[in-house]
Design a protein around this ligand. Sequence first.
Ligand code: UDP
Length: 326
Amino acid sequence: MRTLITGGAGFIGSHLTDLLVARGDEVVVLDDLSTGCVDNLATSIDSLQFVEGSVLDADLVDSLVARADRVFHLAAAVGVHTILGEPLRSLRTNLHGTENVLEASLTHDAEVLIASTSEIYGKNTADALSEDADRILGSPLTARWTYAAAKGLDESFAHAYAREHGLRVAIARPFNTVGPRQTGRYGMVVPNLVRQAIAGAPLTVHGDGTQTRCFGYVGEVAPALVALLEEPRAHGCAVNLGGAREVSILELAGIIRDRTESESEVTLVPYSEAYGEGYEDMQRRVPNNQLAAELIGYEPRLPLERIVDAVVDGVRGRLERAGSRA
Ligand code: UDP
């Protein structure tokens, strides 16, 4: 199987790359290394072709998709700090990049999986968000919502390509996926707090810490992406992939302190200080994973403590490698 992975040097993309290389796929990774890094591909780099470039380069995308049977499209501007700091580049990448991938997949008759996000549900705090749940987004002029707006349009594009042209496309909506190799640099809470705990620095919990998330484990989400594309019943659908346990960020900080045996205190940081004035957070985001269970037998199993342990091992490993290089 010839597989193109856009964003394959990123956090989720590199785990997917390792998985598919191990399965014997001929893998080509396209990544512009904006938030990803070649280090993430250390395990597989000798068994794949790496192309440094952007999904905004339509000719490049077309030439790579021409040589592929299937495409996993994970390249995107990600992380709250990226979206707030570079709204224009983020919008272009997340809209036009996806359109380029879909158009090339249609031209060359490749199957394609589009990575969307639970962000598209916005401020809907329902008990368990099903795929057809309403979206509650703030103003399109608020930078944070441009990510959800772009990803939502990506889904509409994908769905229209499926309906009008018969493109074999599946859409995944991961919920706060975490694991080794995720960097805290662009805002993600788990690697950020783990790094702080290991350094003995205060754990920065935003707001009052009562906001909740359900963290999914990359070791379970990456194989689910493959299973979704390989399941014809998933084509034309959007499917949630989330964690099992709802946890407040304050509670998460406590778990991270315990697992790292850190003495760090927890500090509450106002949103305005963390992200600037006018930032809106989601108070709650809980997935209904029923559709993924029915389609591909997806069931998040790894307990949150073990997920945190995996992140801790990853962060410690990186620090050791950086130390031995210095
Ligand atoms: N968060 C936090 N401390 C940090 C980074 C993030 O308390 O150092 C909070 C953030 O405000 C949000 C939650 O953790 O309420 C999850 O943030 P993340 O950026 O990881 O994901 P998302 O907001 O996209 O769900």
